[in-house]
Write a protein that binds this ligand. Structure first.
Ligand code: HEM
Ligand SMILES: [Cu+2]
Length: 569
């Protein structure tokens, strides 16, 4: 990457903007009708937090039921409905939109030095379409009776009383929200970059948003069409998936996973992008192998389209297809390994500043690596036949989706929190909550690997006595995890009410959003940002707790640099 010098633009320190995006107009209507990418990101954020709370409550109900081997608090039928709704809410309403719609909307235009996304109205439309999808899911939750699992496998979903249609249509509708965001980001990245911001100077967050947007636009229509076909089958009686009508249920699985494996990358690629931003500033070193980290996102996005058959190893597909899908599944480990190795090497000999966002990044590295490696294990045909549909799979995808995506998202929320709100949060309590979440998470999911490999099947409300201890460990872990998340919520609420004022650049980041004031003005930059290498930290020095990090003129004499103090509030 080219090394460019920074100039002393001064636009970081001066509190010239009295009005910012939060207070320029405070009416509720100004929020509901806003086309400002930052406000839309925040509205998405609040809505997603509610979804996470609903999904999380359902998860705790599942874990309470599994505390004893017999019925604990619900019948087996209710149990099926609870885990189904948990999966649907978490995957379609929380994880898929999470990082792009909240943090991408908030930070991406600023990473590009732009005033907004390319299509601000489409952005607002995306939010309302998403809300419509969310409303349909809530209808389904109230009506009840959906017990197909989040995958809506036929013939479960083509039989029954039809309440599943609330949820399949919700997936159809919410899919458009995802497509709108994807189109918007692709055009924004192509067309709205500040002068001088060439492709090799884009932040790695931007690269991952680019890769994920392509997957969103190309894969989401497939699940949309699949849901429409399910609808046709029921109402017009056309046999597509239902064997009773002459259809083929395996065809459904192919369609579903053709979307849903790429969709797991819709969930994890943004986390990869965010983690680069959470590591580099806190070790004060440029990301090692920038080009490889950037292009591996694109490689993963591409390969992600070719591995859906690894969900169907026991479906009776031909041995040749299984071998090919297995092989391509291993291949995905290469670009993923490239990323993990580069992140670790970036830290090597760095000057480590252990702040909460970085602690989350470390937690991500540990948890995601377990999730990714167990994925490779499941890609081995002989192993998968034993482990398919057991708790091992449940643990694998939770390590990836929760340990990977959710942990990265929470870390990134801490990272951008001062920029979003203009307030710092308590470092001590931020770290405490990160540790509680980390411990709770492992206590919940490590026992599930053991359970699965000993033969505990997934989606069962009752089980044999020998599994009870491990299930109890897992349930207590889930309570600890939930408690840790509430501490994190408390950290944010406390920060909003009593947090110290945030400087423009509290972490010493070199990406462009840190050149805006905190919170940023309505159109982000009062004067055009100085486009730098996004990971060159040399020209930044730490002044003191209140001023944060500032650029020095390259010709200016060496400024004695004070040691960064952990920001306390
Ligand atoms: C390192 C790359 C990965 C590999 C090699 C991999 C491999 C696999 C395999 C082979 C299965 C099938 C297991 C079975 O059902 O018997 C599976 C299941 C699953 N994986 Fe992954 N995976 C990877 C990453 C991810 C990521 C990034 C996510 C999510 C963000 C994810 C989410 C899931 C889910 C949801 C399932 C469960 C499917 C079901 O309902 O049965 N995986 N994975
Ligand atoms: Cu997959």
């Amino acid at each position: 990457m080219s090394q460019t010098t920074a100039t002393d633009t001064g636009n970081v320190a001066a509190p010239r903007a009295m009005k910012h995006y939060l207070n320029h107009d405070k009416t509720i209507w100004s929020w509901l009708s806003t086309v400002d990418h930052k406000r839309i990101g925040l509205m998405y954020g609040v809505t997603l937090a509610i979804m996470f709370l609903i999904g999380g409550t359902l998860a705790l109900l599942v874990r309470i039921e599994l505390l004893t081997k017999g019925p604990t608090i619900m019948e087996a039928d209710t149990y099926n409905q609870v885990f189904t709704m948990h999966g649907i809410v978490m995957v379609f309403l929380f994880l898929v939109p999470s990082i792009p719609a909240v943090l991408g909307n908030f930070a991406l235009p600023m990473h590009l030095g732009a005033a907004d996304v390319a299509f601000p109205r489409l952005n607002l439309a995306s939010y309302y379409v998403y809300l419509a999808g969310g409303a349909l899911v809530l209808c389904g939750l109230i009506v009840g009776n959906v017990d197909t699992g989040w995958t809506f496998y036929t013939p479960y979903s083509s039989q029954g009383d039809g309440s599943v249609l609330f949820l399949t249509s919700a997936v159809f509708v919410a899919g458009f929200a995802s497509i709108f965001t994807g189109i918007n980001f692709i055009v924004t990245i192509h067309k709205m970059r500040a002068p001088g911001l060439t492709w090799d100077r884009l932040s790695l967050f931007t690269w991952s948003m680019y890769a994920v947007s392509i997957v969103q636009v190309l894969a989401t229509p497939v699940v949309g069409i699949t849901m429409v076909l399910l609808f046709f089958e029921r109402f017009l009686g056309i046999g597509i998936f239902d064997p009773a009508l002459g259809g083929d249920p395996i065809l459904y699985q192919h369609f579903f996973w053709f979307y849903s494996h790429p969709a797991v990358y819709i969930m994890i690629l943004p986390a990869f992008g965010v983690v680069s931003e959470l590591i580099a500033p806190f070790v004060r070193q440029p990301i090692n192998g920038y080009k490889f980290v950037a292009l591996s996102s694109v490689a993963i996005a591409f390969l992600g389209f070719l591995v859906w058959g690894h969900h169907m190893f026991v479906s009776g597909q031909s041995a040749v297809s299984s071998i090919v899908f297995s092989l391509i599944t291993y291949l995905i480990g290469i670009p993923t390994g490239v990323k993990v190795c580069n992140w670790v090497v970036t830290m090597y000999k760095g000057s480590i500043w252990l702040q909460t966002p970085f602690l989350y990044a470390l937690s991500f590295l540990f948890l995601f690596t377990i999730g990714g490696l167990t994925g490779i294990m499941l890609g081995v045909l002989a192993i998968d036949i034993h482990l398919h549909d057991t708790y091992f799979v449940v643990s694998h995808f939770h390590y990836v989706m929760m340990g990977g995506t959710v942990i990265a998202a929470i870390g990134a929320l801490h990272y951008w929190w001062p920029k979003m709100t203009g307030k710092m949060f308590s470092e001590t309590w931020g770290k405490v909550s990160c540790l509680l979440v980390f411990l709770g998470f492992n206590l919940t999911f490590l026992p599930q690997f053991v359970l699965g490999s000993r033969g505990m099947p997934r989606r069962y409300a009752q089980y044999v006595a020998e599994f009870q201890e491990l299930h109890q460990m897992s349930s207590y872990g889930a309570f600890l995890l939930g408690f840790g998340l509430f501490v994190a919520l408390g950290v944010f609420i406390h920060s909003m009410m009593a947090g110290k004022k945030a400087p423009p650049n509290p972490w010493g980041g070199a990406t462009l959003e840190w050149q805006c004031t905190s919170p940023p003005p309505y159109y982000n930059f009062l004067e055009p940002p100085t486009v730098n290498d996004p990971y060159n930290y040399k020209p930044l020095v730490y002044r003191d707790g209140d001023r944060g990090w500032e650029y020095v003129h390259p010709e200016a004499p060496e400024v004695p640099q004070s040691e960064p103090e952990p920001a306390q509030s």
